[in-house]
Design a protein around this ligand. Structure first.
Ligand code: SD4
Length: 307
């Protein structure tokens, strides 16, 4: 018997996000509605890690990536989207109202405005302003390993540097057994203007196959894309791995590719199979994720490879 409804999401931002999703799942609603509403909570949290409150690129501009996928292989995404509060909802409109799966940059903003989304001011959050000013002193693009749980000492500095992650990904199985996933991010902080990561790419940041399960990624996007991360995790589950084993094997693959440089990055996967079994694995300590099977979310420290 499947363990449902259930929702899993990345990082501790998932606690509030899962509560948003649970309002829908707990009432017997649709997984797709739940994964959209869930991550919208995080997109609205100014001073957090995702959405317009997120960190800017190296030109000081916040550019957002997001995608969404349902249980019928329908999918949609936006990338390098500016000044729109809910990229995940624009991604859903791309999925439902266009013949395309990914719209980027000015075209994505144009589409969002045509769909009635308001244009928000071009303005950094207080945390992002502080972090950007600090970064400008050296202007070096050097991703910091994501840090969240108690396993690792948090660096000091602006909140953004302590809470160093920029993405939420969410997977849900609803009471009717429908699987969906969402992913939304401001991307790696201080990236080049126009840089797109894994998060809006179906198969890298997110993948859903109703016959098997769903997976999503967070961390250094370039290295997730290198192995088509989320799709790889789903294919490993198809071959019989548990969600946990599948996430671990994908992480091991990235570690093998990176060699000695693996210690300089963080990548983590979450997975949910069609029976409601969950799994997660990270490259490094510091990753946590949130699971809900009731209205009380559980925050769990992720297992990791580099000990
Ligand atoms: C990216 N995967 O843009 C995102 C960043 C991230 O926690 O997940 N940060 O590469």
């Amino acid at each position: 018997k499947a363990n449902k409804p259930i929702v899993i999401s990345t990082w501790d931002a998932g606690v509030n996000a899962n509560k948003g999703a649970w309002k829908i799942l707990g009432a017997g609603g649709y997984a797709l509605d739940a994964v959209e509403a869930g991550v919208m909570v995080t997109e609205s949290e100014q001073g957090c890690c995702v959405g317009l409150g997120g960190h800017p690129d190296r030109d000081g501009i916040v550019t957002l990536d997001a995608c969404i996928m349902d249980e019928k292989f329908n999918c949609g995404g936006v990338a390098a989207l500016e000044r729109i509060k809910h990229p995940i909802s624009v991604a859903r409109r791309v999925m439902e109202r266009t013949p395309h799966v990914l719209i980027v940059g000015e075209g994505a903003q144009q589409f969002a405005l045509a769909q009635g989304f308001p244009l928000e001011p071009q303005k950094l959050s207080a945390d992002a302003t502080a972090a950007y000013k600090e970064w400008l002193k050296t202007s070096q693009y050097k991703p910091i390993v994501n840090i969240e749980n108690s396993g690792r000492q948090r660096p000091t500095g602006p909140v953004g540097d302590r809470q160093n992650h920029d993405t939420i990904a969410m997977l849900a199985l609803d009471a009717q057994g429908r699987l969906s996933g969402s992913c939304t991010t401001s991307g790696m902080r201080f990236k080049m203007h126009g840089r797109v990561g894994d998060s809006p790419l179906i198969g890298s940041g997110l993948f859903v196959d109703p016959a098997v399960g769903a997976a999503a990624a967070t961390g250094q996007g370039e290295d997730v894309v290198r192995i088509a991360g989320a799709h790889t995790v789903v294919e490993l589950m198809r071959q019989g791995r548990t969600p946990q084993q599948a996430c671990k094997e994908a992480i091991e693959r990235i570690a093998a590719i990176k060699g000695a440089k693996a210690k300089d990055i963080q990548v983590a996967f979450i997975a949910l199979d069609k029976n409601g079994q969950t799994g997660s694995y990270a490259l490094q300590t510091g990753f946590n994720y949130t699971v809900s099977t009731t209205d009380t979310p559980r925050l769990i420290d992720g297992e990791f490879l580099l000990k």
